[in-house]
Each structure stands twice: as structure tokens, then as C-alpha cells.
Design a protein. Structure first.
Length: 57
């Protein structure tokens, strides 16, 4: 399942984050990063997915 999330993160970074943690703090941060630059959005999305498990706080 992580492979699907990473592929989604490369194509549309907020989608990968949404699949991992849902709508929360990291989702909105990723949307902002993606709007500021596509690469920062991808890096953040892959980082969230690689952390394993839903984000806390």
C-alpha cells in the first residue's frame, strides 16, 4: 500500500498525504508547500508516508 501512496505523492502530493493521514495539519502544510513549489510538496509527502502510521499532533 505504501507504494501506491508514494506514486500518488509523486503525481499529486496532497493526495499521497491524504491517503496516509487524512485531512489534518500535514495535509494543509502539504497543500501550501505544493502551491509554493511542486518539489517541496513531493518531499514533504514522501517524508509523511515514510514515517509510517498516521501523524500525531
Amino acid at each position: 500500500m505504501d507504494l501506491i501512496r508514494i506514486i500518488a505523492a509523486v503525481i499529486l502530493p496532497p493526495l499521497g498525504v491524504f491517503l496516509q493521514v487524512g485531512i489534518g495539519k500535514h495535509f494543509w502544510i502539504n497543500i501550501l508547500l505544493t502551491l509554493l513549489g511542486y518539489i517541496p510538496g513531493i518531499v514533504h509527502a514522501v517524508w509523511v508516508i515514510a514515517r509510517k502510521g498516521p501523524a500525531t499532533a
